[in-house]
Ligand binder design. Structure first.
Ligand code: NAD
Ligand code: UGA
Length: 353
């Protein structure tokens, strides 16, 4: 199968491309405006096309025509950006995608669209796993800019669904639940605010001795999914077009739930186990509005219902401890062994966005 992957240079894209090349015969063409995380992928079935999708429309069109399936991963996906650059989020994560949808309809190609578990929004005290076709999607107030990302993704899902009904668009929508693994976002300097997602902050703190900052007490609850489990699920979705036709699917590990505070303790413990020494990193509390800016509000609780994927034969295999243990080991190995580190593995610059 010919696969066009938009955003191949990101965390999910780089891991997924490597997984598919190792575990299938698929031919991959990947677009991104950053190639650092795919620099190690040299394969006869992989072609990288550098560029900003907003500026290479003709090339994207040719590649959609070539492809059997289009996998779209491009988005701004770090909560700090939802607060500091909300309009960029809507422009890239929603409006830019409308063009891609049109191209898929024009060439009658299947679209596998990455959405987010964040569309479920606030739990409002419900403690029932979030189900794709049953759970209500509950956003906070407009003045809480954090929700602009989830709202844009939700509208994107609704537009894609409507095109499925009206134009017969062949699509599958994926809602990932906090994937974790090698090449996740980028490391930051001690005490950085905003910036990448939680694993990268905590890993940076362990490496630099900077604070592990617990936003609003670290009470928020997530379930974390190893990227290898996720890649197997995505491959299954790519390989089973008719079973996944016009479906929305959660990908997550319901057994891997933890509060952010519990996660900080787990990573401190794993750091001791992996290195034989204690990190100097200390837990400190910080308000969400100080860490991300005014307009931050958190998703309080998030566990997936994965019965739909289970019915297709997938189950997560990697538990919470092993998910973080193997990911941290990857970082420690790379950082110990490399002479020159790629920029995403350098815990230097303090990031404010
Ligand atoms: P990422 O930021 O690592 O990857 C996105 C990639 O898109 C980056 O490599 C970036 O360079 C590229 N990109 C951005 N703008 C571009 C442009 N204009 N032209 C070309 N390339 C551009 O994010 P990720 O974690 O890999 O997430 C991928 C997708 O999955 C996103 O749609 C995100 O919303 C969704 N998602 C991810 C998670 C997760 O657990 N990582 C959870 C929920 C949703
Ligand atoms: C993010 C993005 O919104 C989405 O890309 C995606 O849906 C989701 O990740 C995901 O990976 O599935 P979020 O879950 O809030 O959403 O991701 P993080 O930025 O990793 O934050 C998780 C929790 O850790 C939040 O409660 C946050 O406030 C907290 N946090 C983050 C800290 O306590 N300290 C930090 O240093 C960083």
């Amino acid at each position: 199968m010919n696969i066009l992957m938009l955003g191949v240079g990101g965390f999910i894209g780089s891991n997924l491309a490597a997984h598919l090349l190792a575990n299938s015969d698929h031919v991959i063409a990947g677009i991104d405006d950053n190639d650092e995380k795919i620099a190690d992928i040299q394969h006869e079935r992989f072609t990288f096309i550098p560029g900003d999708v907003r500026r290479i429309g003709d090339k994207v069109d040719d590649l959609v025509r070539w492809a059997d399936v289009v996998v779209d991963l491009i988005a701004y996906a770090n909560p700090s950006i939802y607060i500091t650059r909300p309009l960029d989020v809507v422009n890239l994560n929603l409006f830019q995608n409308l063009e891609l949808i049109d191209r898929c309809i024009k060439h009658r190609k299947r679209l596998v669209q990455f959405s987010t578990s964040e569309v479920y929004g606030l739990s409002e005290g419900r403690r029932k796993p979030f189900s794709e076709d049953e759970t209500n999607l509950v956003m906070g107030p407009v003045k809480k800019q954090r929700w602009i990302y989830a709202s844009a993704k939700e509208l994107l899902e609704r537009i894609i669904y409507a095109h499925g009904q009206q134009d017969g668009l062949d699509f599958t929508i994926i809602r990932p639940f906090n994937f974790v693994g090698p090449k996740f976002d980028y490391l930051v300097g001690p005490g950085a605010l905003g910036g990448p997602r939680v694993f990268s902050h905590f890993m940076s703190a362990l490496l630099t001795g900077g604070p592990m900052q617990l936003v609003d007490g670290g009470h928020a609850h997530r379930s974390y999914t190893h990227i290898d489990d996720a890649s197997r699920a995505i491959q299954l979705i790519i390989d089973r077009p008719s079973a996944c036709h016009q479906e929305i699917l959660n990908i997550g590990s319901p057994q891997n739930g933890a509060t952010v505070r519990e996660l900080a303790h787990l990573m401190l413990d794993l750091y001791r186990e992996l290195t034989g020494k204690s990190s100097e990193a200390k837990l400190v509390d910080i308000a969400g509005t100080s860490f991300y800016g005014e307009g931050y509000e958190d998703c309080d609780w998030r566990i997936p219902d994965i019965r739909k994927l289970e019915a297709l034969g997938w189950q997560p295999r990697i538990n919470l401890r092993d998910t973080f243990r193997s990911t941290m080991a990857w970082y420690l190995d790379r950082i110990d062994s490399a002479d020159e580190l790629p920029s995403y593995l350098r815990a230097e610059a303090v990031s404010l966005a």
